[in-house]
Design a protein around this ligand. Structure first.
Ligand SMILES: *[C@@H]1O[C@H](CO)[C@@H](O)[C@H](O)[C@H]1NC(C)=O
Length: 345
């Protein structure tokens, strides 16, 4: 009897080992098959076509790593926001950073017409508890910069569209391409900054409409026939006092504000929803537009800034990001309080 028991124990143990090893070898190809299928589906959704099998295999490996990393993040500790396998999923973070950002830090030189007047909203106190400039019809639909480092132009234009609506009562999508092609203060798809764009807009007598001079996403020659037909203008611009989220709040309470930010990080690349709480540094390389702020509901609500981005509506919350406000670092999360500015009109 004892012998028989021992025999059946050994048999079950052996069987278990066999089952485990079989399921292990079965699981791996299944996961691979699933990921291959997911990549094909993703390619179809995003209209991605690769030039050859070598490129496809290379992109698949990157896609796979991203999917695994995104899933691990989403299944991990809840930090208030989620990532998604979005249109950037076949790019490494280095490739993404090189192609989809484009903010150049402010040079130390003094810009010729850079306003040195005191911060005009310094004494403003009628600050609402929450604000969304979209509900006040001061924000145009989300645009997509594509594979061009023109974030600076989208940010400047969004802030200008906002102040134009506030001052003139009309919301008109303005031309980003005009800045990309004509603004010699900046480098088109190679990058730029909002302050020098505002400066160009003043000297240019304004900007024409998006409809008249539509976005192409490539550096082109300035079409002067089109720029003769300006639809809106600004009188200048001001910098929000640096490293001061309270000053930024005073500005955003009055108008949409251009914000420089470190947007090239991995979690920024794949952000999909919730209040972004990191991770990022303050090495500002991207530009967005602050179009509001608020606090999530519940007792331990998180305060956030509402940022309009220019990566299309498929990124983030329909093209927007909510990002943590009033963090301990004076620079703001991802450096958002370091180089903010707004046009005056
Ligand atoms: C804010 O108030 C102070 C004190 O009254 C005043 O000196 C300053 O000029 C005001 N700033 C602005 C921008 O109005």
């Amino acid at each position: 009897m004892a012998k028989q028991n021992q025999f059946s124990f050994l048999t079950s143990a052996a069987l278990l080992v066999i089952i485990v090893s079989v399921s292990e070898t079965l699981c791996r190809p299944l996961e691979e098959e699933h990921l291959l299928k997911q990549h094909e589906e993703w390619m179809a959704i995003h209209g991605r076509v690769y030039k050859d099998a070598v490129e496809k295999a290379k992109r698949y490996e990157i896609f796979k790593e991203n999917v695994k990393r995104i899933n691990a993040f989403n299944n991990g500790k809840d930090v208030g926001y989620k990532l998604a396998v979005n249109k950037f999923a076949d790019l490494t973070n280095e490739e993404f950073r090189a192609s989809y950002t484009g903010y150049k830090r402010r040079p130390t030189r003094v810009l010729s017409s850079g306003e040195k007047k005191p911060f005009k909203y310094a004494n403003f106190t009628a600050i609402p508890a929450a604000l969304d400039w979209r509900t006040k019809k001061a924000v145009t639909p989300v645009k997509d910069q594509g594979n061009c480092g023109s974030c600076w132009a989208f940010s400047a234009v969004a802030a200008m569209e906002g102040i134009t609506m506030i001052k003139k009562g009309k919301l008109v999508p303005l031309s980003v391409q005009e800045l990309v092609d004509c603004d010699d203060n900046d480098d088109g798809c190679m990058g730029g900054l909002m302050d020098s764009a505002f400066e160009f807009i003043v000297s240019n007598g304004g900007l024409t409409t998006e409809a008249n001079y539509p976005y192409q996403g490539i550096d082109g020659t300035c079409n002067t026939a089109k720029t003769a037909n300006q639809a809106a203008s600004i009188t200048g611009y001001q910098d929000v006092p640096a490293n001061n989220e309270k000053a930024l709040l005073q500005a955003v309470a009055n108008q949409p504000v251009s914000v420089a930010i470190e947007g090239g990080g991995y979690n920024f690349q794949f952000y999909s929803s919730g209040v972004f709480t990191g991770s990022c540094g303050t090495d500002i390389d991207h530009a967005v537009t602050a179009v509001g702020y608020g606090k999530t509901s519940g007792s331990g609500g998180t305060k956030y800034w509402l940022m309009k981005n220019s990566w299309g509506t498929g990124w983030g919350e329909k093209g927007y990001m909510r990002i943590q406000k009033d963090v301990s670092s004076k620079a703001g999360l991802c450096g958002l309080a370091t180089e903010a500015s707004y046009p005056t009109a």
